[in-house]
Write a protein that binds this ligand. Sequence first.
Ligand SMILES: [Fe+2]
Length: 439
Amino acid sequence: MNEKKQILELLWKNGIIATPSDVDKIIKNGGVSYALEMLTKKNNNEKNYEILKSRDVFDATAGKVESFKKLFQDRYSKIRKILQSRVSISSVVDIEYAKKNEGDVTIIGMILDKRESKFGYIFEIEDLSGSIVAFSDQNVGKEILPDDIIGIKGYVKNGKLTIKEITYPGIDNINKKEKIVESENGIVFLSDIHVGSKMFMKENFLRFLDWINSGKDHAKKIKYMVIAGDLVDGIGIYPNQEKDLELDDIYDQYNYLANLISKIRDDITIFMIPGNHDLVRVAEPQPALGNDIRSMFTNNVIFLSNPSYISIEGLKILIYHGSSLNDVIDLIKGMKLEMADRLMIELVKRRHLAPFYGKNVPIVPLNDDFMVMDEIPDIFVTGHIHVHKEFNYYGILLLNASTWQKQTEYQKMHNFNPNPCIVSIKYLNKQGFVNLEFK
Ligand SMILES: [Fe+2]
């Protein structure tokens, strides 16, 4: 059998249909042995990761009031289920039932409205059965925000509720230890590359690519890369963006990025989600980038939605771009961009990635709420705010991955200094991250 035929057959048996130019390339690189090596790499990568939750498309809904009602009902039901697994939340009753009786109750409610009063706060709280007016003192009430879904213990009299104690869905196991697995491999995390911007730090990025390909230090152990959105700078994202752009065509921006990514050794599997600067709708959840963009990239790149859950060699990773982190800053007194870890904890506490409706993050009214944090991940990574921060929160590694864009005019105006060009590496058999700076 001639070599060409042999290679074609080998690939075909493994579910790969190759073109004549693909086969020529394989022969040039070493023929059958090269094809076998390629297949081993592919199979190894295939069995070592799993996409747990990601969508290429989301079913469209009419976007009417009714659609939002369905979304919030689904969010309520999912978070209620999480809350009901807490020991502190037992004997939960419906609000309509609670209103008709006098005495101690436990309800699970969504906060519709919050107002300050002379003695504390007045709330309107809703569940699937109805709504109730509730009161709290300053201490208990200050933490509660509109749209929160929480467990509430209190006392009902004359159809009104006095709140005594609240429970957030949060984490279910405070004794969880950081997970490590028996593997020499590593995952490198980065975010917010912003290719196409005049502020994209190309030299630094190339230095990082050189390092990852060099086999130096522990670079050769890296087998996976996770990029948490804002792959390119986009166009028309903010007023007068043109003056900040090096490349003013979005396809040129993705082509440029694809070229950079193609320099990375091909045994690294790369997971990418979009951010608010990318070529998908800005409303969340955002679907994975389309085929027009995917076709520009090498086939070791995997396109996922924002947000998505993946498992790498048994380590569960939640990837979310992070637009709602700005909401946390706006809504909670004292929160700042620099406190990325604390901002992320507020999302974990609510078990939702975009818990506040009508703020910085437009939400798509789907029948099922894709933004609920159904499961507690081992690693939770965000980007968006161009701050590098990591924290071990009850065994969950929180990471706001760094950026490759230097300070913009907008950031200068707001006196904000980003932390660019830092990569965080998680070696699967070691605790914590190793952070490397490419300045
Ligand atoms: Fe960004």
